[in-house]
Design a protein around this ligand. Structure first.
Ligand code: ATP
Length: 234
């Protein structure tokens, strides 16, 4: 579905990504792990065209994304949840969700809103309230819900667990796993929280200084004490 081949990115003299390849298939979660500065965010930004690669390619369902502008990606089925849980604080929860609707008709949007409220009942409870009163976990659900409103086939998530209590992370990750299973979504999950990410991922890719240093089935990565200690810190 999403295929990244030999992608390289430089910021001036800094080589942030060096010939990185990975793929994300329907019904699977690929966790991209690695320390601060490993290149994880750069990888997502390069996939969505926010930085221009110096080499390599990204394709979605066989279509080369080099010629597709970032704002057209949702219509092609690629949605991204950037780091930082940005919501429009002075809009209501439902108004924030509607921003993900891509100008689809009101009936289709209403149907997608019901789907999101089924997935995240806490958003339904708070739909008329302003987004700024939400907790961190609720905000994360809101930005994921907003990305899902366009019914993407591929979802890119940047550090959704950052700063959230372990109990909330577990809840959000359980929801993600269910969504991937039930809807056949393909997910690229960038995380520093390797333990949580690998608990729901099918595949693990570890970046170090912009290069892929490990690529394994998630269960094998967790089971390998040496790799875990060397790269994942748990
Ligand atoms: P973090 O978890 O801190 O976000 P990361 O794994 O996502 O880290 P990146 O943010 O992709 O890593 O950074 C990769 C490298 O590129 C780092 O050396 C970083 O300092 C550098 N870098 C990132 N953005 C820029 C930029 N806009 N200009 C110059 N260098 C940058």
């Amino acid at each position: 579905m999403l295929t990244v081949e030999n992608l390289s990115v430089s910021y001036g003299p800094v080589r942030a990504l060096d010939s990185v390849s990975l793929s994300a298939a329907p019904g699977e979660i690929t966790a991209v792990l690695g320390a601060n500065g490993a290149g994880k965010t750069t990888l997502l930004r390069a996939i969505s065209g926010l930085v221009r690669p110096t080499a390599g390619s990204v394709s979605l369902a066989g279509r080369d994304l080099a010629r597709v502008s970032t704002e057209d990606l949702p219509a092609l089925g690629l949605a991204q949840v950037p780091e930082g849980r940005g919501v429009l604080a002075e809009l209501t929860v439902e108004e924030n969700l509607r921003l993900g609707a891509l100008g689809s008709g009101s009936r289709a949007t209403a149907r997608q809103l019901r789907r999101i409220y089924d997935l995240f009942p806490v958003l339904a409870d708070r739909k008329s309230g302003l987004a700024h009163v939400l907790s961190g976990g609720e905000r994360q659900m809101l930005v994921i819900g907003r990305a899902l409103l366009s019914r993407p086939k591929v979802l890119l998530l940047d550090e959704p667990s950052l700063g959230l209590a372990p109990r909330i992370v577990a809840r959000i990750f359980d929801l993600l796993r269910g969504l991937v299973r039930d809807e056949g979504l393909a997910v690229v999950l960038v995380e520093q929280n390797a333990r949580s990410a690998l608990s729901i991922a099918d595949h693990g890719v570890v970046l170090n200084l912009g290069e892929v240093v490990v690529r394994r089935a998630a269960a094998d990565l967790v089971a390998d004490d040496d790799l875990r200690h060397a790269y994942l810190g748990f």
